[in-house]
Design a protein around this ligand. Structure first.
Ligand code: ADP
Ligand code: GN1
Ligand code: MG
Length: 371
């Protein structure tokens, strides 16, 4: 099996325009969706040149060709913006390596879709906040990402996952998963199911406001967790926003909120000991400040007012998605041990409950920056 996979990667690697001589490839990163590898080559002078190679998850992204069209569009647009601002387009956004026949993806003999990027050297993606300043810098960078794409032609973007942050629709999918209970797990997670069912208002909130035309759709990232940003090892600033698979029209509050649910948590996403998990208000404030600054005056007063709601909705939605996946037999998010999706769900619900207790504090913090 391992040999077969290695054979498959060999075939794939041979078909991309990588420079130098192949040295090795290893499994890389902690993403829940794609299969990511670090591939190392040796250049003529003897120095190493590294690339990221990814097998795209076809069952989650049903149209990898459209997905790569989005990524080519967004990265080439960002490269121009970065160049105009005197930045380094090789490091500050993803750079797709073409295949030998000039495409942005390769379909292997098994029908799997692959893509490759320049590996961003001297930078780190964190699983947890190490220093509050890092979280601030990540906020500035995610805000700036949205600002840089403010004039991107949103109508050219494909919807890579239909209804990705349609929390209202996801609530219905969840109820169906409970009813079907294909793995017979529902009886053992009654409190978690009740937790979701008691919060239909949270699930409906943004959908209702969108239906009333009260919210602005912007080009957003939609998966703004801390490990989807590379921090420069030298400057400790947010260098490059990665994982662009879900760049689509969306809500600014959701980009804010997804960062909070992951980065302002005091524990890892799958921490089994819930006593260690809460939403740190200092980190919440730091991120609020950085994100609003990064967006550079583009957010409306209403959007800023709704940032705490974004944090609650994204955390609730993510917990509900983990629980749905647990009920359906762990087919969506990669797991490395049994019960991991349930642990992930529980941390999210602990965070939601904590936010509910700290709701006034969150409102007061955001008000301070809503000038
Ligand atoms: P997934 O969709 O599975 O989360 P990502 O695109 O986020 O996949 O990649 C997984 C991890 O690989 C990232 O968290 C990051 O650590 C690393 N990574 C991805 N792209 C690059 C890159 N161009 N340079 C350096 N590291 C990268
Ligand atoms: C997935 O791809 P990754 O690991 O950065 C997921 C996000 C979830 C996140 C939870 C395409 O993100 O929506 O919030 O896991 N991405 C997709 O950690 O479903
Ligand atoms: Mg990722």
């Amino acid at each position: 099996m391992a040999d077969k996979l290695q054979e498959q990667r060999k075939e794939v690697i041979e078909n991309f325009c990588f420079a130098g001589n192949y040295l090795k490839d290893t499994v890389w990163g902690n993403g829940h969706i794609n299969d990511t590898y670090l591939v190392t080559f040796e250049l003529d002078g003897g120095q190493a040149k590294r690339y990221i190679l990814q097998r795209m998850n076809k069952s989650i992204f049903p149209n990898p060709v459209e997905l790569m069209e989005n990524i080519m569009g967004v990265t080439s647009y960002l490269q121009n913006v970065i160049r105009e601002n005197g930045g380094d387009p090789e490091r500050e956004t993803l750079n797709v390596i073409p295949t030998k026949d000039g495409k942005s993806y390769y379909i292997d003999s098994q029908g799997e879709y692959w893509r490759a990027y320049v590996f961003i050297e001297d930078a780190t993606s964190f699983e947890q906040v190490e220093k509050p300043e890092d979280f601030y810098e990540s906020a500035v960078a995610f805000g700036k990402f949205q600002r840089c794409l403010a004039d991107y032609p949103a109508n050219t973007l494909h919807e890579t996952i239909r209804g990705f942050h349609d929390t209202k629709a996801r609530f219905e999918v969840f109820k169906k998963a409970v009813e079907e209970d294909v793995c017979g797990r529902a009886a053992s997670v009654k409190p978690e199911i009740e937790f979701v069912l008691a919060r239909k208002d949270v699930a409906d909130c943004f959908g209702d406001l969108l239906e009333k035309n009260e919210l602005i759709l912007r080009v957003t990232h939609n998966d703004t967790k801390l490990n989807n940003i590379m921090m420069d090892n030298k400057t400790r600033k947010g260098l490059c926003v990665i994982d662009l698979d879900t760049v689509m029209p969306g809500l600014a509050m959701n980009d804010f909120g997804d960062s909070i649910r992951f980065g302002a948590s005091t524990a890892l996403e799958d921490e089994p000991d819930l006593d260690k998990v809460w939403c740190d208000m200092n980190l919440f404030e730091i991120y609020t400040k950085g994100f609003i600054e990064g967006c550079g005056g583009k957010l409306t007063k209403r959007e800023i007012e709704l940032l705490p709601m974004g944090a609650k909705v994204m955390t609730f939605e993510c917990g509900m998605r983990f629980l749905t996946d647990y009920l359906q037999g762990d087919t969506y998010f990669k797991i490395h041990r049994p019960g991991q999706n349930l642990d992930r769900c529980r941390t999210q619900f602990k965070l939601v409950a904590d936010m509910e207790n700290k709701w006034q504090i969150m409102q007061d913090i955001v008000k301070k920056y809503n000038t």
